[in-house]
Design a protein around this ligand. Structure first.
Ligand code: L3W
Ligand code: SF4
Length: 441
């Protein structure tokens, strides 16, 4: 049984309210943190080994230590709740069921960073969640944990919830900051990183919802104890949103020591694949990470079991491995078409490209066009090579990671499932019924 640090009380009746949350140990990390020097909190976060839970896995304490601190210039904490990665819905769960955990983590983090204003940027489609968060903020304020002179310490903090308008690109941290400033969400060139020049050109830390929530157990347990949970550089627990062909879709908290096989087949987690079907492939970290076939998902190329953590999932690089990403675990059974699945993802990325960089603006719809041609039985063998060529020219040549995110799934699909692409090309007459490609414009 995995240790639960974030979701331990998620199903306690009334846990959304301040009183019940407080009865279960809520806001104790704030009381502890306010007695510490801000830099000592950053040190605890560094010691904990906590890594960003939004997809990149960047060490959180290190990011905080990069925060510029010029005299007289405000600093900001911005929580990235623009959870739009296909297959990823763990932050929604956390905010919906246990909103005070995020607010508590934000107070501790803001105090550590010396921020007096913090924002939650939430995707517009999560239309019912801002009310839940705002109610939690009001309750925390009434109890003296937010606003002026928090718990009599002289520390002030206001938290604002900002609703996005439904663009995936606004989850990229600099596009998010542009959008928060009231502009079109176009990613900025980095450097400068937000830690130096972020919101309104002021030093800003942007962290994912789950990352900030995890600061609570880091402070409660102490960084060293937190670091003992998990394995290697994958410390603490990780929320995984599991979906696709599994018996028990949902959000699970794992301690990153379990194998992928256990995660898929054990009743504690996904509960296996429905109707006795075989596992075909999986995208374990949200739509942007490479798809892997069943054999390479369950075992590394060396025959070792594959574990649900950053290092093990990435072992072998993109040739035989994949990435932990944001933990959006999408399972495909033997009946699923990787070609159609990849086409559908390409449609998504082409639609969500902001259009600033030529390789992404032109390349993403081009990849979709080729994939649609192949999926509808009109492709040629040359189209597979062309598709490979187009994705190669996008990767690494764009301002933000959306270009890479669009290229990697296509590359991995061709790398591991070339025979399926060829089948679509060689068997156009078989493409009826389930093999129809649906409506895409
Ligand atoms: C200061 C430096 N800060 C790096 C900071 C940087 C950022 C963080 C990670 O993309 C990935 C993407 C998606 N001084 C710094 C520094 N930083 N060097 O560290 O940076 P980076 O560039 O590695 O990644 P990113 O731009 O944050 C995130 C992938 O995640 N992804 C997408 C997930 C989407 C969701 C969602 O919808 N919620 O999670 C999934 O795999 O493709 O590669 O803060 O500023 N020298
Ligand atoms: Fe916009 Fe795509 Fe360039 Fe990112 S890679 S800045 S989404 S055009």
């Amino acid at each position: 049984m995995s240790k639960k640090l974030l979701l331990k009380h998620a199903h306690v009746e009334g846990i959304r309210t301040f009183d019940v949350y407080r009865k279960h140990g809520g806001y104790e990390s704030v009381e502890k943190a306010l007695k510490m020097e801000p830099d000592a909190i950053t040190e605890e976060v560094k010691t904990s080994g906590l890594r960003g839970r939004g997809g990149a896995g960047f060490p959180t304490g290190l990011k905080w230590s990069f925060l510029a601190k010029p005299e007289g210039v405000p600093r900001y904490l911005v929580v990235n709740a623009d959870e739009s990665e296909p297959g990823t819905f763990k932050d929604r769960y956390l905010m919906e069921y246990i909103p005070h955990l995020l607010i508590e983590g934000m107070i501790v983090s803001s105090y550590a960073l010396g921020a007096n204003t913090a924002y939650i940027y939430i995707r517009g489609e999560y239309s019912w969640i801002p009310d839940i968060l705002e109610a939690a903020i009001e309750e925390a304020k009434a109890a003296g944990f937010l606003g002026n002179n928090i718990q009599g310490t002289g520390y002030n903090l206001e938290i604002y919830v900002h609703r996005g308008a439904g663009a995936y690109i606004c989850g990229e941290e600099t596009a998010l900051l542009e959008s928060l400033e009231g502009k079109r969400g176009n990613p900025r060139l980095k450097p400068p990183f937000p830690a130096v020049k972020g919101l309104w050109a002021c030093p800003t830390v942007v962290n994912n919802v789950e990352t900030i929530a995890a600061v609570v157990p880091v402070i409660n347990l102490g960084g060293a104890e937190y670091a003992k949970i998990g394995v290697g550089r994958s410390t603490g627990t990780k929320l995984i949103s599991a979906c696709g062909n599994i018996n028990k879709p949902g959000v699970y908290e794992i301690d990153m020591t379990i194998t992928v096989e256990e995660f898929i087949y054990s009743d504690e987690y996904c509960g296996g694949i429905p109707n006795g079907k075989r596992l075909k492939a999986c995208i374990p970290g949200g739509s942007s990470v490479p798809i892997v076939p069943a054999n390479l998902l369950l075992r590394t190329i060396n025959g070792e079991p594959r574990y649900m953590n950053y290092e093990s999932l990435a072992e072998g690089g993109f040739a035989t491995g994949t990435m932990m990403g944001s933990g959006g675990f999408i399972v495909l059974d033997e009946d699923q078409s990787v070609v159609k699945h990849t086409m559908s993802l390409s449609h998504f990325y082409a639609h969500e490209s902001c259009g600033q960089c030529t390789p992404c603006r032109e390349g993403t719809p081009w990849m979709f066009k080729i994939l649609k041609k192949i999926a509808s039985g009109q492709g040629t063998r040359n189209d597979i090579d062309l598709l490979w060529d187009v994705q190669r020219k996008i990767e690494g040549n764009t301002i933000c990671p959306l270009g890479d995110a669009a290229a990697w799934p296509v590359a991995a699909a061709i790398r591991h499932f070339r025979d399926e692409f060829e089948w679509y090309i060689d068997n156009p007459d078989a493409l009826t019924g389930n093999y129809g490609i649906g409506n895409y414009d």
